[in-house]
Ligand binder design. Structure first.
Ligand code: SIN
Length: 281
């Protein structure tokens, strides 16, 4: 097995592996076990074409489609995430899990750094499982009885942060409206149970959970704000500094992430693939 170094409260770096080469099933299974244990894995110094990234993603599971972005020309499953030097808005710049507003949100996200700014542009990851486990039993029990109304509308819908003309221009040619889906709502628990580890974690998020089912939006915002503040305390958070050629895979069922927007005047270019998951329970 390759050497694995912990990066912080969560996350680990896997050394000496070339993901563009064919990998045995044993190696893929070992990597997956390490991923389940650490929450996210980082592989440095990779040289992955979109086709090679998609091929590695397929070893993880069935590739999912992202409803708001057009793929790169080289592969229909790889989404470009680009912030140009003159843009001010970044993609994914608040604490969230990816596309939790889908009926079956992705189990994993694979992000590959094509071009990074000279400084900044890191991504923060938070362990929503330990954060849940550290809450009092009475508060945990109350949370476990709650269902959230999840929706893309606060980001991609009418009046959402990515919707106005300037935001669309900044997100680039690949950004697509998908306006009907952008207003959709789906019910998921606000605490979900991981289908592989059986552990519970906080799942509701500021950008994707509009309200707690049966609560007002104001009441819901208060609870979601508290949970976000709780799970993003430093004992749960690891900071990933991207370098060109870094690939990270995170478990989207139990980790939150936040892409920092602190590199104005510089370009950042990533390639993203998401892997199909289960309906949260
Ligand atoms: C995302 O939220 O998937 C993007 C994260 C990043 O660009 O670091």
């Amino acid at each position: 097995m390759n050497v694995i170094n912990k990066l912080g409260p969560i996350g680990a770096e896997v050394q000496s592996i070339d993901l563009a080469q064919p990998l045995s099933q044993v190696t893929v299974s070992q990597i997956r076990q390490a991923w389940l244990a650490h929450g996210f894995l980082v592989f440095r110094d990779q040289r992955l074409s979109p086709k090679a990234q998609a091929a590695f993603a397929r070893r993880w599971g069935e590739i999912d489609t992202y409803p708001f972005m057009q793929p790169v020309a080289e592969d229909p499953h790889v989404i470009p995430i680009i912030k140009e030097a003159d843009a001010t808005l970044n993609f994914g710049g608040d604490w969230h899990t990816d596309t939790s507003y889908k009926a079956t949100p992705p189990q994993a996200t694979m992000l590959y750094a094509v071009e990074v700014p000279p400084m900044g542009g890191d991504t923060l990851f938070a362990d929503a499982t330990r954060a849940f486990e550290d809450l009092s039993p009475a508060f945990q029990a109350m949370l476990e009885g709650l269902t959230g109304v999840y929706t893309p509308k606060m980001v991609h819908g009418q009046g959402g942060g990515y919707r106005d003309v300037s935001a669309k221009a900044q997100l680039g040619d690949a950004y697509g409206g998908n306006s009907e889906f952008a207003e959709s709502e789906v019910l998921h628990p606000i605490i979900r149970t991981h289908p592989e580890t059986g552990r519970k974690s906080i799942y509701c998020s500021r950008p994707h959970t509009h309200r707690i089912d049966g609560w007002t939006r104001a009441e819901s915002k208060g609870l979601i704000a508290f949970l976000t503040e709780h799970l993003t305390q430093e004992q749960y958070v690891t900071r990933l500094d991207w370098r060109q050629g870094t690939l990270a895979i995170w478990d989207n069922r139990c980790l939150f992430h936040n892409a920092l927007n602190d590199y104005q005047g510089h370009r950042r270019h990533m390639h993203r693939v998401i892997i199909r998951g289960d309906r949260p329970v």
